[in-house]
Design a protein around this ligand. Structure first.
Ligand code: G3P
Length: 215
């Protein structure tokens, strides 16, 4: 499973990219607005940091508008793919964009049927939102698992991005469900490296080394 960072914060992207584990970034309008900068500036800077896929969201609600925006966003850098919402207009846009060779990430996916339609339209990625389904008492991860299973059955090439992940167990569960990608918020990825026994082990080794280092 590939590790993507779900953020528009360039400092966070630089830091995690330096760990050598980062394979992509996903943004959305809420994440960009937290940074208080315009979408284009933000995307241009992210593209200077990372070679892997970067998702940028189209904001139009009509097909023509989505296609126009997608062409502009994809023109910013060759590794930008365009997030398109899971609507009828969105499917029509995805279908047109896939014929033009513009990569898409169908977002706000909450069911396997939505994912199937997105894949049929030619989406490069689909993003089931796990945490938001959990929030309303459904199992978000069940949708990831079922979607991966159905895509495998029919050898569908569309990649499943487990999105709206809220804590480290979501990442483990996404990996077990067979998600191709997990897009992870910065605070969650930082929690993933920590373990109290690792900290304790380092402390003990340092203390013991103090006893022998001058021998
Ligand atoms: O990748 C989608 C993500 O940004 C949404 O997360 O926590 O707002 O549901 P959340």
């Amino acid at each position: 499973m590939k590790i993507f960072l779900d953020t528009a914060n360039v400092d966070q992207i630089r830091e995690i990219n330096d760990w050598g584990i980062l394979q992509g970034v996903t943004t959305n309008p809420s994440l960009v607005s937290k940074e208080g900068r315009c979408m284009r500036d933000c995307l241009e800077e992210i593209a200077t940091i990372l070679r892997g896929p970067i998702s940028a969201e189209a904001m139009s609600m009509d097909t023509e508008g989505m296609v126009r925006e997608a062409r502009e966003l994809a023109g910013i850098a060759e590794n930008i793919n365009v997030k398109i919402p899971m609507t009828a207009q969105g499917l029509a846009a995805v279908s047109r964009l896939s014929k033009e060779g513009i990569k898409t990430n169908v977002t706000l996916v909450f069911s396997t049927n939505q994912a199937l339609l997105a894949a049929a339209a030619g989406a490069t990625f689909v993003s089931p939102f796990v945490g938001r389904l959990d929030d309303i008492g459904n199992s978000g991860m069940a949708v990831v698992e079922e979607t991966v299973d159905v895509f495998d059955t029919y050898s569908i090439k569309t990649q499943v991005i487990a999105a709206s992940l809220r804590h480290p167990m979501h990442v483990t569960e996404a990996a077990r469900a067979g998600a191709h990608i997990a897009t992870i918020p910065y605070d969650v990825i930082v929690k993933m490296i920590r373990h109290p026994l690792t900290d304790l082990g380092i402390q003990r080794f340092l203390e013991d080394y103090e006893k022998i280092k001058d021998l």
